[in-house]
Design a protein around this ligand. Structure first.
Ligand code: ADP
Ligand code: MG
Length: 749
């Protein structure tokens, strides 16, 4: 699709593209995603990647043969030779010292969802009373942080502290500047002494290998693998977030501790008039965004889009897509930069999925595709999709993958925060389905019926005024309600939450698609061996196989309104899983099918999968307990005293009135409500505290206490959180402004 044909919606006008920055993708080709279009290729942006040890910096600083060996390793995915690593380490150190770095760190993504780092100085005593700077190849390649305080989900006991970090040479090193500290950050994977993954990057890299290997088998059958060293999973995450004043943030314990408000009434006016979406961005926020983007640019994050979102105070930024592991690193950095820069501007950036009840929450759309190392996007239908059998093959493989493992994909986006968003008529429901749009649906109909004959086109639109151009119309509309939507030349996983890392959903996507491609390759190679399919074999073997797979799995395709009750009923009839809560969704991690899947492609051993289930469940449990205790504290410290203050002031006035025979019964009733509701709230708070203690009690002799406790949380704590909130919100609405000492929604938004 050309840029012109894609510039109809507002969103696209913000993102007209002029080339891809995809790291590890061929920069010579027009674009890996076929979306380069008519833009002009200009000068490199000033400052872009100035704090990154880029390929260009390496080319300038490394001996030619070393650089060549590095390039080869990156494109092929092969391991680097120790001598090459040593040479790179030395150049990297010099480069970092020139930029003021004093320390280096192996930067990694533990299962907490954030990033971790332990800083080491470059200085080493030289034995003659002086210090020299030192950084060897082995220091670059391997680190040994104490791993005992990171969640391992039972893979490792606390006393087994040894963990290793291993350099990921495909993600560039960068300089992190925090306050006066200047640190060289080396993206790494993090594993235990036994070699088991303790992080989110290791399985992501393994899954990228898996999908690459299987996709190349398919390409080989098409004779399309010439020069393709690797197939690369690409990812472009769109980040939504709220910006509020820092004073408000700091005076709300719930925002500070839980990332979301646990009480509060929606203001009279919020998003009803839809006057915020794409509106002009307020100037303080613009200044903050500009500063944050400047930092992202110097970190080499190809940030592209910024706009207001639906809710007041809500915004979105999106980069140009990159190789999935680099995109995942950049996504973590983006969240860090947004948070820290907001603080500098006296603002707070809220990345929670649902900071304010009753107001739209925030998601993180994960745009995903696979492209060859020669720059061709395997999910680009091109203009005549019906004759593009290769595209249809990959498409059908993705459809089968999602249908087979819808529960796992759902689990990959499950979190306490996302439970407030999914299915709440602002985000997709907790049922995984695929939106394909008219053109592709028509194509699959043809595939299953009388054969592929035509590609539906959208035609053009005449806007009625002579001076306006005729606009080409896309072949299908978009669908904002779908959890997994085809959007022109990629899929968009719209169900993931704003605060999550993209690594895990991308790992799941890569692995399920690898499996589907592998099964297809097995089937085809079984019939023709590993040679190229001839036209007659395409007609007699491939197309019937694709038609069969489509028929078997098309129940997962749904182009309608995912929010509607009819769909939820229909999805149930179709047998699609509807996993409403995190607890239900995590069940997927115990499925033998899922265990086999990860094991078969070497992405996660059964023990590693089990450790994820345990670690994620524990996170969920802990978060819910923090919410329970935080809500109790807020009610006790703020809500109940405020209510009593208001009531007391009323009684102070009412008693003399009564004495004078001038009773005010309506006002008296209001004051009674304040007291009665405060009393009810105090009771609920006691029950909430008791329930939290019970769900937090150490279990005897059980290995995975967290799985036992989660049902207790959902049965006891979740309803009590709701009950306490309803009472607190009622009290807020009845209290005098001057008695209420917490910032309200209307102050914050
Ligand atoms: P939308 O489709 O949501 O209107 P864009 O087309 O601008 O918006 O894309 C949104 C995100 O998808 C951007 O981050 C963009 O870089 C990313 N994207 C585009 N093509 C691909 C691709 N082939 N693989 C992964 N992400 C992609
Ligand atoms: Mg989008």
């Amino acid at each position: 699709m050309s840029v012109q044909s894609r510039s109809i919606s507002h969103h696209r006008m913000f993102t007209s593209r002029n080339g891809a920055v995809g790291r590890g993708l061929s920069s010579e080709s027009s674009s890996p995603a076929g979306d380069a279009g008519a833009g002009t290729r200009g000068m490199p942006a000033p400052g872009f990647g100035e704090d990154v040890f880029t390929e260009r910096a390496m080319r300038e600083r490394l001996p030619k043969d070393v650089f060549r060996a590095y390039k080869h390793a990156i494109t092929s995915g092969d391991r680097l030779d120790p001598g090459v690593a040593h040479s790179i380490a030395s150049a990297m150190k010099d480069w970092a010292l020139e930029r003021g770095a004093t320390h280096y760190t192996h930067w990694f993504q533990p299962l907490t969802g954030t990033t971790a780092e332990k800083h080491d100085s470059f200085l080493t005593p030289d034995g003659a009373g002086e210090s020299i700077t030192e950084f060897s190849g082995s220091q670059l390649v391997q680190g040994e942080p104490d791993a005992s305080s990171f969640p391992s989900g039972g893979v490792r006991a606390t006393f087994e502290a040894r963990g290793y970090t291993a350099w990921d040479p495909t993600s560039p090193a960068f300089i992190n500047r925090v306050g006066d500290g200047v640190t060289l950050c080396i993206p790494t994977a993090f594993v235990s002494y036994t070699g088991e993954a303790l992080d989110k990057k290791t399985p992501l890299l393994r899954s990228m290998d898996a999908v690459s290997e299987q996709a190349i088998r398919i390409l080989r059958l098409f004779g399309a693998d010439a020069g393709v060293q690797r197939v690369i999973a690409t990812c472009g995450p769109e980040q939504e977030f709220f910006i509020i004043d820092r004073r408000h943030f700091e005076s709300r314990l719930d925002l500070f501790q839980c990332g979301r408000t646990l009480i509060g009434n929606a203001p009279e006016k919020h998003q009803q008039l839809s006057d915020h979406y794409f509106g002009s961005i307020p100037s303080r926020v613009t200044s903050f965004l500009v500063a944050a983007e400047r930092k992202m640019i110097s970190l080499g994050i190809p940030i592209r889009t910024r706009h207001n979102e639906v809710a007041p105070g809500q915004f979105e930024v999106a980069p140009i897509f990159e190789t999935a592991n680099v995109a995942a690193d950049h996504q973590q950095l983006t969240m860090q930069v947004l948070r820290s820069t907001a603080e500098e501007f006296g603002l707070a950036c809220l990345l929670h999925e649902k900071p304010f009840a009753g107001i739209n929450g925030s998601g993180k759309h994960i745009n995903w595709s696979i492209a060859t190392s020669t720059g061709s996007n395997l999910l680009d239908p091109t203009d005549s999709a019906h004759s593009n059998v290769e595209f249809i093959t990959f498409l059908v493989a993705v459809i089968r993958a999602v249908d087979r493992h819808a529960d796992l994909l759902r689990a990959s986006v499950a979190s306490a925060g996302n439970d407030h968003r999914l299915g709440a008529n602002e985000a997709p429901p907790a049922i995984m389905s695929i939106f394909l749009g008219d053109m592709l649906t028509d194509l699959l109909d043809q595939l299953c019926n009388d054969g592929l004959k035509r590609t539906k086109s959208g035609g053009t639109m005449d806007l009625g005024a002579k001076s306006l151009p005729r606009l080409p119309r896309d072949s299908g509309d978009r669908n904002r309600t779908s959890p997994f939507a085809f959007t022109g030349n990629k899929f968009e996983l719209r169900a993931s939450g704003a605060s999550s890392s993209v690594s895990w959903p991308c790992t799941v996507l890569n692995t399920i698609v690898a499996e589907s491609l592998s099964d297809l390759a097995d089937e085809l190679e079984g019939a023709v061996g590993t040679r190229t399919l001839g036209q007659s074999e395409i007609d007699s073997i491939l197309l019937p196989a694709l038609a069969r797979i489509t028929a078997e799995h098309r129940r997962v395709i749904f182009n309608g309104d995912n929010y509607s009750a009819q769909w939820h009923a229909e999805a149930e009839q179709r047998g699609l899983p509807h996993l409403r809560t995190t607890e239900e969704a995590f069940g997927a991690y115990s499925s033998p099918r899922v265990e086999r899947l990860f094991n078969r492609f070497g992405v996660l051993s059964p023990r590693e999968l089990g450790s994820r289930r345990a670690a994620y469940t524990e996170q969920y449990r802990t978060q819910m307990l923090i919410e329970a205790r935080c809500l109790a504290a807020i009610c006790e410290e703020h809500v109940i005293p405020s209510a009593l203050r208001s009531a007391t002031r009323f009684y102070g006035v009412n008693r003399p009135l009564n004495a004078a025979g001038q009773a005010a019964p309506t006002l008296a009733a209001r004051a009674e409500t304040l007291v009665a509701s405060a009393e009810a709230l105090a009771r609920t708070v006691d029950r909430l505290r008791d329930a939290a203690s019970l769900a937090d009690a150490p279990a005897h002799g059980e290995e995975h206490t967290e799985t036992r406790h989660v049902p207790m949380i959902n049965e006891a704590i979740v309803p009590l959180l709701g009950e306490a909130r309803a009472l607190a919100d009622l009290l807020e609405s009845r209290c005098a402004e001057s008695d209420w000492d917490l910032p309200r929604y209307r102050d914050m938004l």
